[in-house]
Design a protein around this ligand. Structure first.
Ligand code: SAH
Length: 356
């Protein structure tokens, strides 16, 4: 196998590596190689998106969840969580505030909460689109029937985030006792076919995750060609079965972010809140390693802390406007430019899909 700088040069030039090359690279990468990898990822991001960093306002509207993912703090079995659910009226009030703060993408995320029926969600999406025709709506509400995804798309939803979590079937089924690997993939496929801009992604440092699994995560993303790719470190939560596990590191996560940028150069890649939780400069470092999206939280401060997928999540006491301006300063200090536009992926724009 060629040495590391050659492999890094190769992925930069060709946007491709074999699984064996990816495994070799992540296994043997040194501090110096990492800097080279990040610099190439940054160059690639600049070639596709310039210095722009897109902002999305994130509304975490319910922490009720019927699933029981072993890693997640809001899993159904965690009886210590104080559950909350924002009414459609409260969600609309968040959207109004988000719009005033300049956001032109609203991300509506929740546990899998079927209190929000198809009718409620369709009416909500429709109302947001009526108020703000130019805003992009991103949903991140987990697995539903294909018919539901279709109705939500028809009512105006533009994008859908659903991480594949891990590309290893065995690991997936261990971590998700109430879910099936094939169902998750079928949902992602269906969302793409319907016409959503789709976000997939995975966690780094899951217990039992191998380097081969991580290489497969990247391979799967390269095949799926999602518009967005969310990659974050796994952070153990004390009220879950994985409380005593180690969790992902900053370096390992940044390497995966950089490789995702190089392998799928046209994707939108968030600098995740989980990275910001792991390290005070985690998000800025991700921006310098190829990420180009930040999703400041606009969930009302009264319930924010209850949406604890993992502990010590940043910004728990902040107001939406604090996050908006804090992140702007951070992005500028890191040498990038805030873009408050819709920020569609170049893949989506070049398909002409924005004219629907
Ligand atoms: N119910 C939605 C939203 C899930 S929460 C769905 O199924 O898509 C958003 C993401 O948080 C998850 O996809 C998962 O990758 C991440 N997450 C959950 N628990 C985590 C933890 N303990 N550490 C890091 N990331 C976590």
């Amino acid at each position: 196998m060629s040495d590391l700088p050659n492999l890094i040069e190769k992925v930069y030039q060709t946007n491709n590596l074999t699984n064996d090359e990816i495994i070799y690279l992540i296994k043997n990468i040194t501090h110096k190689d990492r800097e080279l990898l990040y610099s190439y990822a940054l160059k690639t991001k600049r070639a596709y998106y310039g210095d722009k960093v897109y902002l999305r306002g994130l509304i975490e509207f319910s922490n009720f969840c019927r699933q029981d993912c072993l890693y997640c703090g809001i899993r159904a079995s965690n009886s210590k969580v104080e559950r909350y659910r924002l009414t459609p009226g409260e969600i609309l009030a968040c959207c109004d505030q988000a719009y005033k703060l300049g956001y032109r993408t609203f991300v509506l995320q929740s546990g899998e909460d079927i209190w929000y029926t198809d009718e409620i969600l369709v009416a909500l999406v429709h109302e947001i689109k009526m108020r703000y025709p130019k805003v992009a709506i991103t949903l991140s509400i987990g697995e539903r029937r294909v018919g539901t995804y279709q109705s939500l798309f028809a009512s105006g939803a533009d994008r859908f985030l659903m991480r594949h979590e891990t590309a290893s079937k065995e690991l997936y089924e261990k971590l998700h006792p109430t879910m099936r690997f094939d169902d998750r993939r079928a949902c992602l496929r269906a969302l793409k076919d319907i016409g959503y801009q789709v976000g997939a992604g995975f966690m780094v440092g899951l217990p039992g995750q191998t380097l081969a699994d991580l290489a497969e995560d990247l391979r799967y993303l390269k095949e799926l060609q999602p518009d967005m790719i969310g990659i974050g470190p796994f952070i153990p939560h004390s009220e879950t079965p994985l409380a005593a596990e180690k969790g992902g590191t900053l370096e390992a996560t940044l390497v995966m972010v950089a490789l995702a940028r190089l392998l799928i150069p046209e994707s939108l890649i968030p600098a995740t809140t989980a990275l910001g939780t792991l390290h005070p400069q985690g998000r800025e470092l991700a921006l310098k390693a190829g990420a180009n999206v930040v999703m400041p939280i606009i969930t009302p401060t009264s319930v924010r802390k209850q949406y604890a997928l993992y502990e010590n999540k940043i910004c728990g006491d902040d107001q939406p406007e604090d996050c908006r301006y804090c992140i702007e300063r951070r992005i500028q200090a890191a040498g990038f430019e805030v873009d408050l536009g819709r920020g569609d992926s170049t893949q989506f724009i070049s398909l002409g899909a924005d004219n629907r």
